[in-house]
Design a protein around this ligand. Structure first.
Ligand code: FES
Length: 342
């Protein structure tokens, strides 16, 4: 996940290393390195002040930066997962942002401290013989460790990477130098929009595991990739969003339903005007959350029983159909009763 919207942080961050309600790593790290990666993009290297190892992560993972009393933002890790001494991320200063990326650019200089939480991964790289990676702008970040993993695994892969201008495309030079013709750079001012029609032409093999597509970037690019991949085997396309899907169900809820928290032994009522998350929180049950708009995946909760009305932008169609988990900040219940593992 690259920059999401600035988001409210609900869980109070303690001052030392700690675990959240679900045992998630939370700690204060130090900015040990900072560099310009492109116009309006900085890379930050974070390390533990004591030199202690950081939690393991896999390509596609992101962390939360807890930037203040009520501001949390998510950024993809773009360094080397084997390097447990440091995490690297890249942050684009959003021209129309609400303060998160500006804070990172202005305040997180070398030596600064920052609270972090995670890592978390809703965009994992599945095994495949061939990968097509598609990046738009700062959406390149999660795809960098993915390309490295694909290369290390000996997979056949290509990366189609677009941006407004060559100068705005972070890591473009390094990727081209390292991987040669596997990387196709498409600065819009030189070459126009990404040619998804040819890059995402349906594969010859009907086996869904043969070729996988991973796409991260702005919403129009993701929608275009989804459109192109309709002809592909189900499960071929994997995306990660910065903002809620524009086609996510948004009609207001009209009915209450019963909510049972299996581990807490509570039975609650979720009224139409309140989310599951807020209902649970009001009952005094601790839950982690961040964006409250269904994009970050922080509030994902196991479902024990009931039919979910999924309204998030994280889960795949297959995950929705399985009904095993839900994002309780936006998703609701289709029937009259929902049982959660809380
Ligand atoms: Fe971000 Fe629910 S809090 S998906």
């Amino acid at each position: 996940m690259t920059p999401g919207p600035d988001t409210l942080q609900a869980t109070t961050a303690p001052s030392g290393a700690a675990a959240g309600p679900e045992g998630e790593f939370t700690d204060t790290l130090v900015v040990t390195g900072r560099a310009d990666a492109a116009s309006d993009v900085v890379t930050l290297t974070l390390g533990h002040p004591t030199g202690r190892e950081l939690p393991a992560w896999q390509p596609g993972a992101h962390i939360d930066l807890l930037l203040g009393e009520s501001l949390t933002r998510q950024y993809s890790l773009c360094g080397d997962p084997a390097d447990r001494a440091r995490w690297q991320l890249a942050v684009h200063r959003a021209p129309d942002g609400r303060g998160g990326s500006a804070y990172v650019h202005d305040a997180l200089t070398e030596g600064a401290s920052v609270r972090v939480r995670g890592p978390r991964n809703h965009f994992p790289l599945r095994p495949a013989a061939r990968y097509l990676f598609v990046a738009g702008g700062i959406g390149i970040t999660p795809l960098i460790p993915m390309a490295a993993a694909a290369e290390a695994a000996g997979a056949d892969w290509t990366l189609l990477y677009g941006g407004r201008t060559r100068a705005s495309m972070a890591f473009a030079g390094q990727l081209a130098d390292r991987y040669g013709s596997k990387v196709r750079l498409v600065p819009q001012d030189e070459s126009g929009l990404l040619d998804l029609a040819s890059h995402l032409a349906p594969p010859a093999s009907p086996r869904p595991e043969a070729t996988l597509v991973y796409c991260c970037g702005p919403e129009p690019l993701l929608r275009a990739a989804e459109e192109r991949c309709r002809a592909w085997p189900s499960g071929s396309l994997h995306t990660e969003r910065f903002h809620p899907r524009t086609d996510a169900p948004s009609q207001p809820a009209t009915a209450s339903f019963e909510l049972v928290l299996a581990r807490s032994g509570l039975t609650l009522t979720v009224p139409p005007e309140r989310s599951v998350l807020r209902t649970v929180e009001a009952a005094g049950v601790p839950v982690l959350y961040s964006c409250e708009e269904g994009t970050c995946g922080t509030c994902e909760t196991d479902v024990v029983e009931g039919e979910v009305d999924h309204r998030d932008s994280v889960l795949t169609d297959e995950e929705r159909e399985s009904g095993e988990t839900m994002m309780i900040c936006v998703s609701r219940c289709r029937g009259g009763r929902l049982v959660l593992d809380l």
